[in-house]
Design a protein around this ligand. Structure first.
Ligand code: ADP
Ligand code: ZN
Ligand code: MG
Length: 475
């Protein structure tokens, strides 16, 4: 049998970071007491009318432009009809035949392009809670409608992805782009970014598509990768055994590391889509689109390239420094405050700062870029040693202390006074006759050890260069 290749397409739902819901003025907020952010419109009470949130349209267009999509001339909304307890209206307001955007895509690091089929705007449904707090409740499922009516974009890729690793990279890049644009917080734990994966296999080189399996219940990008790996192997195995696959939806079971069948094929005809008579279609002018385009910041890849070019830092550092928008902003602000050594600043951020503060938390914590710049300046001017800088660094980060003040308070100013250093050297020479003898007998390696002893005696405060000079002279 010929070797088989996988064909993958992703459907990603992203909640938009609006203040209010898409068709009513209820707060769009995660984590509130269930069923508190609701009104007749998002409850789907008869007679309530939806009013479109302008900001939701703007953010959706912004996301589409950042992903190089083509914005539709007319915006139109359709009803997607189905019954489920989290959907009180009995239909979801979505976009069917005229999505907000078509085309666009993301180019992967291996040069392959993953095209986008469409991006459309729609509303989220409520949430079902199957967890029971008591045995008694275990027969019930509870419904929280706070999420009903949250603005969503659905991003659908073409079946251009070939491996689970490409799917993973696509999702990472997509998330980063949307975060940069401040379109969504893309928090997967809170469900602001959710992904379904479609996968089929076919003989390598074939241009036909195999039978598509949709995988749901993917809670992380790693889960997407693992589920795809499992599913590709399963499909190959089935075909090799001479069985045929049927189009279906399968659920990823993260505990058992396998997918299992959930339901058979469903086609769009089952939803009986039709234009929502409560929402008139409208056009978005060129000027408005251009205005939104101007709001898009420099995107991560371009920013990383500029960091290399403008500041002369290594590519890997630039990649790390642009892994969140806040971290890149932090770096640039530190450089503005001390432009003499961007490389040193980059080094301190990647090697030291990220050990104390994870990149995702950079925007949320009170770490001052000016303080980090000061620290690098103090090392460069040899006001403090690198060792002392490292020692006080956690405090600078955690308590937001100014390093200059901290050095003053703690008496950490280095000892450059040669009389004091000489005293330390003599102390070490007297205390270590053996090693001194070895050194004098020609074992030069002992010298480094002796320098270390002097540094230790001075509690790391002696200027290492002076120690070297003075010790050599005394020996
Ligand atoms: P449907 O109409 O069933 O929702 P779509 O054509 O909208 O199907 O595609 C949904 C997703 O599935 C898209 O991301 C698309 O790229 C992907 N897809 C479609 N056909 C296949 C296939 N045969 N194998 C893998 N992915 C596919
Ligand atoms: Zn409401
Ligand atoms: Mg679809």
């Amino acid at each position: 049998m010929k070797t088989m290749e996988a064909v993958i397409g992703l459907e990603v739902h992203v909640q938009l970071a609006t203040r209010t819901k898409i068709f009513c003025s209820c707060p769009n907020r995660f984590g509130d007491e269930p069923n508190t952010n609701i009104c007749p419109t998002c409850l789907g009470l008869p007679g309530a009318l939806p009013v479109l949130n302008r900001r939701a349209v703007q953010l959706a267009i912004k996301a589409a432009l950042a992903l190089e999509g083509e914005i539709a001339e007319t915006m139109k909304f359709d009803r997607k009809n189905y019954f489920y307890p989290d959907l009180p209206k009995g239909y979801q307001i979505s976009q069917f035949d005229r999505p907000l955007s078509s085309g666009g895509g993301i180019t992967l690091s291996n040069g392959r392009r993953v095209g986008l089929k469409r991006i459309h705007l729609e509303e989220d449904a409520g949430k079902l809670l199957h967890t029971a707090e008591s045995l008694d409740e275990s027969r019930f499922t509870r419904v929280d409608l706070n999420r009903a009516g949250t603005p969503l974009i659905e991003i659908v890729t073409n079946p251009d992805i070939r491996t689970p690793e490409e799917a993973y990279e696509f999702l990472k890049t997509l998330k980063l782009t949307l975060e940069y644009c401040e379109v969504s917080d893309c928090n997967m734990e809170e469900g602001s970014l959710r992904c379904d994966a479609n996968v089929s296999v076919r003989p390598e080189g074939s241009s036909e598509l195999g039978v598509k399996i949709e995988i749901k219940n993917l809670n992380s990008f790693k889960a997407v990768q693992s589920a795809l790996r499992f599913e590709i192997e399963r499909q190959k195995r089935e075909l090799r055994a001479g069985r045929t696959l049927v189009q279906e939806t399968r659920l990823w079971d993260a505990d058992r590391k396998m997918t299992r069948s959930m339901r058979g094929k469903e086609g769009s005809e089952d939803y009986r889509y039709f234009p929502d008579p409560d929402l008139v279609s409208f056009t978005v002018s060129r000027e408005v689109i251009e205005e939104i385009e101007r709001e898009i910041p420099e995107l991560p890849r371009l920013r990383a390239a500029r960091f290399v070019e403008e500041y002369g830092i290594p590519e890997t550092d630039a990649g790390i420094l642009t892994s969140t928008r806040a971290l890149g902003d932090f770096f640039e602000e530190a450089v503005r405050s001390y432009p003499e050594n961007p490389k040193g600043i980059a080094n301190w951020i990647t090697a030291e700062l990220l050990r104390e503060v994870p990149a995702e938390e950079m925007g949320k914590r009170e770490v001052s870029p000016r303080h980090l710049a000061t620290l690098v300046r103090l090392i460069d001017s040899r006001t403090i040693t690198g060792k002392i800088a490292k020692k006080i660094f956690p405090e600078v980060v955690r308590e937001g202390k100014d390093p200059e003040k901290l050095i003053e308070e703690r008496g950490l100013k280095p000892i450059s006074d040669s009389a004091a250093i000489e005293a330390f050297c003599r102390e070490v020479i007297d205390a270590n006759p053996g090693p001194v003898e070895e050194y004098r007998a020609g074992k030069t390696a002992t010298f480094g050890w002796l320098v270390g002893q002097v540094m230790k005696a001075s509690k790391g405060k002696a200027d290492p260069r002076s120690v070297n000079e003075i010790l050599r002279r005394l020996l």
